[in-house]
Write a protein that binds this ligand. Sequence first.
Ligand code: SAM
Ligand code: DTB
Ligand code: SF4
Length: 333
Amino acid sequence: MNAPTRTLNADPALPRHDWTLDEVEALFETPFMELVFRAAEVHRRWFDPSELQLSQLLSIKTGGCAENCGYCSQSQHFKTATQASKLMDAQTVLDAAAQAKAGGAQRFCMGAAWRDLKDRDLPKVAAMISGVKAMGLETCATLGMLTPNQAVALKTAGLDYYNHNLDTGPDYYDKVVTTRTYQDRLDTLAAVRDAGMSTCCGGIVGMGETRRDRAGLLHQLGTLPSHPESLPINDLMPIPGTPLGNSTPVDGLEFVRMIAAARLVCPKSMVRIAAGREHMSPELQALCFLAGANSIFIGGRLLTTDNPDQDEDAALLADLKMRPMGSKAAVTA
Ligand code: SAM
Ligand code: DTB
Ligand code: SF4
């Protein structure tokens, strides 16, 4: 007798690591209302759907990056309007973190336009991390590739999360970047996990990829040894001068499908609407929250591009009667 189908009666809210690519792709083909409803049900099993996790970014080292990621304003391979600058001093970073905390941020994420972290920069970055941690903020950094020893050093300094995106499915990856491999990314993610840090890992939609490529990204995330604790979905911010600067935008409903599929593949992850909220209506964002997104970046700036202002987000949360994760009070605009 054939073995029963693995997932026939399984609880869809329980995390699985045996997703097949076809199964993930099938989620995208599910009728929209059914997909969103199923994702909303799973969302409610693990999270309060009125709560949002709030992170804030700071570019601590901007531009001049050796990698050639086709979407990025900070690659030295492309002529963009972004001005390169040196690594910030620790006090400037701590001042920005204090402001972010005062503005309601729960996690502070420090981003550097590096291919990989150099040991010579580690002491300065470690001082920033321990200073931010001492303010009572969750800490996150995104500094390019890490060795296992560097991952341990960052954890020791107080780093809670490391962001390292797979960006797209493995079959589309070399259309977007050729200076590193998918396996390089997976190796750094393994070093981060082995050091005991939480992973923040997701990708970008709107780079000319197919649904199967989007499914390919989620399939990779869903079959990792542990699902990323944070799962950012970026809607491409087209940067003039980059190879992807003239990409056709992905329509809003397709972005919602990506959010819903991410929620279903990684039920317990914080799914973040990362880049791209700047050009999303309140209605589209609300639909994303319904479909299982429960994290956003706040503050008027991402790394080199704009994000909705604090007032705009306060109004959105107040309108939707949503509140920061872990707090009792609703936000009033
Ligand atoms: N250099 C590090 C790295 O690549 O891991 C950290 C910084 S990098 C800017 C972090 C992530 O931001 C990228 O992996 C990508 O997913 C996202 N990103 C960068 N530029 C973007 C853009 N123009 N639109 C949307 N997402 C973008
Ligand atoms: C992530 O997935 N998105 C953030 C954060 N992790 C580091 C970065 C978005 C960058 C958007 C383009 C820019 O501002 O340069
Ligand atoms: Fe460099 Fe990161 Fe931009 Fe790629 S995404 S060019 S690694 S800063």
